[in-house]
Design a protein around this ligand. Structure first.
Ligand SMILES: Cc1ncc(COP(=O)(O)O)c(C=O)c1O
Length: 429
């Protein structure tokens, strides 16, 4: 089929009629669908039910009674498990709380209130709140809560294009080297939200080595989907080693959690950083808590028998449930749109999302049409700072929660909405 934008007007009129009819039929069904939820379905959650009964006693390896206060940076056996799983040294880690986003937010709180610890024997930087301006680079499309955490503190969000192997590094280097207000960048190294792409070793190295105008430049490295493989195994480059070799031992703040391994909101968060930063974060955390929930930490260790290979096997079971859902969405995108030139998307190899670009100026209309007909999609613009997609073209699809049947119905509707929105625009209807 010829690309739709090259078709003669009579053909477009006919397609508009067909798709309007189909849309009205679907809208009349009174559907209640939702493709916006970036969370596991009950089918995946069930795989972790063993976690609920994983604790028969309350003694950690060193005899610590996990029912009581203490061990503020987290149980060593959980750090060791994460260390084996992620290739990050246990000494760098703080494990605790039920969310990595809390650690991200806390990182900004520390940087704004107290400044960035210097790892080269110098003074810590002045608190970011005293800087004339703070700008954070945000690869787009990206994750709205990353944008929100930085802007809550007053940072200006600066979009940079996301490519299939990580952020556009020419642009990142240009901005960071020329402007001392540019103090950081968000990176989701593996299966990024929403594009599913994996950062290349080369791009990670450039980030680590980059001569930033701000001496306290930070990489906020959120490895939320680091073990969430669907097709093949991709791992994050060793960003600590790269930054260490480049002479910036405190440049990275690394985040991870078991939210999408076991139970979102019922798992354990993690932050890892350079030695000075960990020391400083520990001091601040001590003022926030006398100890995180170690019962949850020990339960996580026991559920996996303390072995990274068991986490990987568990992730393999999750992948078996999720793969058909992703396949269904991508098959529909291919069968509905191939040759039309209406959508483009990158096939993710893991993670939680599929990022779709529809014709410029149509994303908001697609989401609105879908909503009117009973399907909730992630709001258009959510993947860009301040909710503003300059091309109004990106839509994040989240296939993990719905059943296959619901996904099929939602994709039928999505396809019609994209076609209709494009035709409305071209025909001026
Ligand atoms: C990239 C990314 N980071 C972090 C989170 C949330 O993680 P947590 O539950 O550990 O706060 C999500 C959830 O969607 C995410 O997509």
């Amino acid at each position: 089929m010829a690309a739709w934008n090259e078709l003669p007007k009579e053909r477009l009129d006919a397609l508009f009629g067909e798709n309007k009819k189909r849309y009205d039929e679907l809208a009349a069904l009174g559907l209640k669908l939702d493709l916006s939820r970036g969370k596991p379905g009950p089918d995946v959650l069930d795989l972790s039910n063993g976690l609920l009964g994983a604790l028969e006693d309350w003694r950690a390896e060193d005899g610590t009674d996990v029912r009581n206060y203490g061990v503020v940076t987290g149980l060593p056996e959980l750090k060791n498990l994460f260390a084996e799983l992620l290739g990050v040294s246990a000494e760098r880690m703080i494990v605790g709380g039920n969310s990595s986003l809390t650690h991200m937010y806390n990182s900004f709180a520390m940087l704004y209130q107290f400044g960035a610890p210097d790892g080269m024997g110098g003074m810590d930087s002045k608190p970011w709140q005293k800087a004339d301006a703070v700008k954070i680079l945000c690869p787009v499309p990206g994750y709205d809560r990353h944008f929100g955490a930085a802007s809550d503190f007053g940072a200006e969000l600066v979009p940079v294009p996301m490519e299939s192997d990580g952020p556009d590094m020419d642009e990142v280097e240009r901005l960071a080297s020329s402007d001392p207000a540019v103090k950081g960048i968000w990176v989701i190294p593996v299966y990024s939200n929403p594009t599913g792409c994996v950062i290349s070793e080369e791009k990670a190295r450039r980030l680590a080595q980059m001569r930033a105008a701000a001496p306290d430049f930070r990489i906020f490295w959120d490895n939320a989907y680091g073990v969430h493989h669907l097709w093949g195994e991709n791992s994050a480059p060793d960003i600590f080693a790269l930054c260490g070799e480049a002479g910036y031992p405190e440049r990275v703040l690394y985040y991870f959690s078991t939210s999408k391994i076991n139970f979102p909101g019922g798992g354990v968060g993690m932050v890892a950083a350079g030695p000075r930063t960990v020391e400083r974060m520990t001091a601040h955390i001590k003022m926030q808590t006398i100890g995180f929930d170690k019962i949850s930490q020990l339960r996580t260790v026991r559920f996996f028998g303390g072995k990274a290979e068991n986490v990987s096997a568990h992730m393999g079971k999750i992948a078996e449930v999720l793969r058909p859902k992703f396949e269904l969405v991508m098959d529909r995108l291919d069968s509905e749109f191939s040759g039309t030139g209406l959508v483009s998307y990158e096939r993710p190899k893991g993670g939680y999302f599929i990022s779709v670009d529809v014709p410029d100026g149509c994303a908001k209309r697609v989401v609105a049409l879908a909503k009117e007909a009973g399907a909730v999609l992630t709001p258009a613009g959510a993947t860009f700072p301040y909710g503003k997609d300059p091309r109004d073209s990106n839509i994040r699809l989240a296939p993990t929660f719905p059943s296959l049947e619901e996904l099929g119905s939602t994709m039928d509707l999505f396809a019609v909405c994209v076609k209709l929105a494009a035709l409305e625009k071209w025909l001026g209807v």
